[in-house]
Design a protein around this ligand. Structure first.
Ligand SMILES: Cc1cc2nc3c(=O)[nH]c(=O)nc-3n(C[C@H](O)[C@H](O)[C@H](O)COP(=O)(O)O)c2cc1C
Length: 308
């Protein structure tokens, strides 16, 4: 019988399947469908130092094999996460990954400081650097090695022993350069990938389908992009723990990311189709392991075979 316990850098997870940030809230709605202590972990919606209202509507639209969103990180702020969500999540037995965001390095650090002092029980922090950097003409932090290193270095200094996983954007020329900057800044691992820039137009009205015009593409359409990203980073930085995400619709998609080098995976958009998708994916990984006589998930991590 396959054992799904997985090692993600310094963390021991009961299985390698997490719920991705922004697609499972803080778990309350999803807990009707799946016990949170069954998940490998829940990466909560990104939080900021003050509440953010998010972008105007419409903020989501369906696209072929995926969806676009431009939510604008609507959230109630780190203080309410600490007072309302975290105690509840821990009571459910959830393994909690916080996700932090900001528009300046200082904003990231202020969230990290609050989590260090008030966030007892958090397993790790995903650092969502796919945010506009107000100090760099609104370019995303994750598009610049210098900005990535600056945020990651300061967040790591603030969080000290809590493991951090910067979440990289695939919308870059050299993902490895950004990964290197994050690792030099003190990242304990990497989360790959966030959504892919996209846009859709309603031809009848000639208006963009999203009020924010451009949004993030997610779902099955981006799965090959995620697999390529994980493969590239695992090849260049083989010892770095990776959370693979992007387009997982079933166990086979998760297994591709694991074989490419991810130690854990996160399911995002599929939660909107089936809120128990994480459980189904974990069960599918277990049955694949049984079929292939694999007893430990670690045997599959990076086990891709390339001829030559
Ligand atoms: C509606 C929606 C909201 C999201 N919000 C966040 C967020 O707050 N922080 C973050 O890091 N990623 C966010 N994401 C990105 C997902 O966590 C995930 O990385 C991405 O969607 C790729 O995975 P998927 O194709 O399985 O959805 C969001 C995605 C969607 C669809």
């Amino acid at each position: 019988m396959a054992i799904l316990t997985s090692r993600l850098g310094p963390l021991d997870l009961q299985n390698p399947v997490l719920a991705a940030s922004g697609t499972f809230g803080a778990g309350r709605e999803g807990s009707v469908f799946v016990n949170l202590d069954e998940l490998g972990g829940i990466i909560v919606k990104s939080m900021t130092v003050t509440p953010w209202k998010g972008k105007p509507t419409p903020r989501m639209c369906e696209t072929p094999s995926g969806m676009l969103n431009a939510i604008g990180i609507q959230n109630k702020g780190v203080d309410r996460f600490i007072s309302e969500d975290l105690p509840w999540l821990l009571k459910q037995g959830a393994t909690v990954f916080a996700s932090i965001a900001g528009n300046t390095v200082d904003e990231f650090v202020r969230v990290a400081d609050k989590l260090r002092t008030g966030g007892r029980g958090i397993a790790a922090v995903e650092v969502n650097i796919s945010c506009p950097n107000l100090e760099d003409r609104n370019n995303m932090f994750s598009h610049s090695p210098a900005a990535t290193a600056a945020v990651v270095g300061k967040v790591k200094a603030a969080l000290k022993r809590v493991p951090i996983f910067p979440k990289l954007s695939p919308n870059v020329t050299s993902l490895s350069k950004i990964a290197e900057a994050a690792l030099n800044g003190g990242a304990d691992g990497l989360s790959l990938v966030n959504t892919v820039f996209g846009m859709a137009i309603d031809v009848e009205t000639r208006r963009p389908k999203l009020a924010g015009v451009v949004g993030g593409l997610s779902g099955p359409a981006i799965h090959p992009i995620a697999v390529r990203a994980v493969h590239e980073i695992h090849s260049n930085f083989p010892h770095v723990p990776i959370i693979g995400q992007g387009g997982i619709a079933g166990a086979e998609d998760a297994l591709q990311l694991i074989l490419a080098g991810a130690s854990a995976v996160a399911v995002g958009t599929m939660n909107f189709v089936d809120p128990s998708a994480c459980r189904t994916v974990a069960e599918g990984i277990a049955s694949y392991m049984d079929r292939h006589h694999v007893t430990d998930v670690a045997e599959l991590v990076g086990a891709l075979k390339i001829e030559g």
